[in-house]
Design a protein around this ligand. Sequence first.
Ligand SMILES: Cc1ncc(COP(=O)(O)O)c(C=O)c1O
Length: 467
Amino acid sequence: MTVTDLSHAPEALAHAPDGSVTFDGVGLAELAARHGTPTWAISASQLRLNYSTLHTALSARLSRPVIAYSMKANNNRAVVQTMAGLGAALDCSSEFELALAASAGVPAGKVIINGNGKSRAYLTAAIRMGVWQINVDSIAEVDRIRSIARSLGVTVPCAVRLKLSYARLLLSDPSYERTLRIAEGKFGSSTQSGDAEAVVRAIVAAEELEFVGLTHHAGFPGYRADFTAERQLMHQARCAEEIVEFAHLLRRRMGVVTPRLNLGGGLRSGRSVYLSTPGNGGDGEFRTLPTPDEYAEAIAAGLAGADWDPIVQFETGGFHVGNAVLLLAGVQDVKDVTRPRERRYVTLDCAMTMFTGRGLNRVGFPLLVVGHGPDAAPHPLPVELVGPTCAYDSIAEDISLPPVREGDLVALLNQGAYCEVLSTQFNGFPRPAVVHLDDGDVRLVRRRETLADIWARESAALDLWPG
Ligand SMILES: Cc1ncc(COP(=O)(O)O)c(C=O)c1O
């Protein structure tokens, strides 16, 4: 499969034999004519489909699943509101996300608070608002939450974020140790060292706090060289088993029941993720992802030993938005070179600054050229698709593309998760506009940045200019 193979394209995308392309019922050529390029387009239908597919899979196997949308993946108000409207709770990771959530109208009672080493300002805002749950990272945080709760005269629902031993996981597959090195680190309190138990005890003993659950997040491991869907499922199932074991231990040792188990996020939407290392050339590879049904099955198996009926929370981010957003870009230059070898450079008006994850995570993006049908004959030269910034800025290397010209449109798919939120203004490029599409309807939900936005924080007087 190549980068232009769209057999795994999102359901909201339609690519006709005549080359016309629609996303959520909106023609991409018309969209570019009306809103310009580059533009991020969010499909509300795809967001709804992704949510309902996961919710259905979980509800078929768990009695009380709750999906909290992890807004770090994409914090457009339009996305947050769509997810809240579907019934999702929300996972926030800073006081700034919390403010965005409030501005989107999400009730505090549906918000889960995450983060390591949370600031006093963050905790105070969350407690004052009356959030659903704070995922407590450490014993020091217990003390901070207590003092804030005392001064406000409230009781705070606290879950404890666990750093697992992964003993069961490593027994199943010792080679997983390399993958875990990334997942471990600064988050949570260790079940092995006794820290996690001490945090639970401190919460249970504090009259200002209510112990509501245990939480653990296993990040998406799909960018690793040894990723397979089976390994991810095994990872999730073994973690769930270990959390259940820890909850049983808490009950035996302290008589404490764990009403909520939070299993974090770590899923991606669509049937595959496209990986390619910038600079290595070649077309990269598609890796098959676990389906929501397979995921729910693995989680249910992992929780099967639980002798009580907890609320099971999920903090999925990338799964919901990943394939629900595309970046529509324009071709601004085509350059054919013969040395050091023959190739065609196609420069787009979007850049890696809009998806820095490509450099960080080997993630690549399936793409198509608007105006050329799926079976269009490729131009004979291998193409390097690049952005115009001074960074390496490669979007795809050594690919086959139809013969494109200046002004053609290219749609980069799967741009919803960790793209816009990680984007920068390198070289002074303003960030694209964002439009919300819904069954043929188009709304501008974030305007394109202007030069004035880029200068907006400048306070140096103009008389610093030596002339
Ligand atoms: C605690 C926590 N929950 C949820 C998520 C969302 O993960 P994903 O977007 O992979 O579902 C993250 C991502 O970093 C996280 O750290």
